[in-house]
Design a protein around this ligand. Sequence first.
Ligand SMILES: Cc1cc2nc3c(=O)[nH]c(=O)nc-3n(C[C@H](O)[C@H](O)[C@H](O)COP(=O)(O)OP(=O)(O)OC[C@H]3O[C@@H](n4cnc5c(N)ncnc54)[C@H](O)[C@@H]3O)c2cc1C
Length: 527
Amino acid sequence: MLDADYIIVGAGTAGCVLADRLTACGRFTVLVLEAGPSDRHLPIQVPIGYGMSFYNPAVNWMYRTEPEPALANRSGYWPRGKVLGGSGSINAMVHVQGQPDDVADWASAGDSGWSKEALSGCIDRVRQRIEGNDVSRDTHPLCATFIAAGQQAGFPVEADLSRLGADGVGHFRIATRKGLRLSSARAYLRPAMRRSNLAVEVEAHATRVGFDGLRAREVQFSQKGRARLARARREVILCAGSINSPKLLQLSGIGPGAMLKARGIDVLCERNGVGLNLQDHLCIDHLYRSRVPTLNQQFGSISGKIVAGLRYLLFRNGPLALSVNQAGGFVRSRPGLAAPNMQLYFSPLSYTRTPPGTRPLMRPDSFPGFLLSAQPCRPTSRGFLEIASADPAVPPRIVPNSLSTEQDVAELIEGARLLRQLAATPALRGVIDSELMPGPSIQSDTELLSDIRQRASTVYHPVSTCRMGHDRNTDVVDPGLRVHGVEGLRVVDASIFPSIPSGNTNAPTLMVAEKAADLILGESGLQ
Ligand SMILES: Cc1cc2nc3c(=O)[nH]c(=O)nc-3n(C[C@H](O)[C@H](O)[C@H](O)COP(=O)(O)OP(=O)(O)OC[C@H]3O[C@@H](n4cnc5c(N)ncnc54)[C@H](O)[C@@H]3O)c2cc1C
């Protein structure tokens, strides 16, 4: 049996930060249990390897949602990282802080320690480890065309899209260093693994938290087919992410009572909020055939691949060192808004999405193509997830309830219209051969909505399924991120967000983990 002061379940974006911070003082021992393997694989480290991890079950939980009535009964594909670094090891690396008001309601859900002023120190500490890397010199020339189109549509140029309060169009900054992905595994966990008070077990799938009365004492896990046990002297900290943290709570008897009983699980502590409040960003892509070559040509030809490969090997730059999302922005889709309400993405390549499992990686289309995409920043639809079985190996039922509010429907149609407005600017008109999807025949709001229902998809930002708040009926953790109603158990990951931030969720997750470390160390008088 293993033991440690703190057991961290999940070495993802948040778990790696905590593992580092809790071991740095030397006073505590920490054991990290990670279900996936090591991240020492080229497709994880080389940024463009994103396309290879996307459908790779060796490093990806590859979840599916229930069929969504508002999305033409499609079942959404929800990749999540299952590897050291978690989703931060398979994500698109776009590094943004979002808008200052993203955390406006966090102080009331938490306490004054969660106000934007109080969190600024955590943001600064994240910046010391992981900063958005300016790769604008290396991006495809069409990114400049997109930015010019944004200006012609009336948006300002934003020199730093990763700054808090970014407003306008520009190049995304990405979480890389020296041409390699900079996940929290690389930035926090690897250096900390030199410490003797940190142990990391990979391929260790936590199946249940065990309790003495109402105090969390141990984690049961399976490793290489063996059932194992780890005991926590101080606390168990779930960092398993927005899908698996609520799943693990439910498997451990913490969740909606009737649902748990129906699955044959003894109720330890009835908490209706576990798995509720699921929020996510939904996005619509418009696909264009280009008159000028895009990355499709570079990645689609042997000579292009050789040039890109040599550039990467010799100089650690070029398309292999970049995200697929090279430019974008935070803009207003209608006048009179105090802050941007729409995130834009520009990808100088296109790939027709096929169902997972039908091919091992995302492959660029054979014609010159690019994608323009729009994603409303603050969706109001709320979904839920619940275990489908008491068997930990069975994936949960994920019910996003996408487009279940009129506001979300209206904003996504506005997003689609905005993409059309950008495509109609002189800058983009000069390079567009034709609109392939949705296609010129789709014009009215009804037609645009029908296209959205057929094609819109997640941008992989599920949050808030173990929401922080004071209400024990609907919230799961208190402002100290302790699970309401039990002792010795916290949740620290994107599932605790009181509400979804405007932009990509990795940097806010890093911020939450830094905050959690302050709280935990502060309780021991060490902060
Ligand atoms: C394809 C994709 C693209 C994305 N692109 C971006 C982007 O460009 N920019 C951005 O900011 N955000 C992006 N995101 C979102 C961002 O990566 C996540 O919000 C963030 O990583 C969440 O961190 P987390 O710590 O909550 O969970 P995760 O990083 O997912 O970590 C959870 C960890 O827990 C482990 N785990 C789960 N269950 C168990 C268990 N039972 N036992 C042991 N271990 C377990 C998992 O294997 C994983 O390692 C993307 C996500 C995906 C999937």
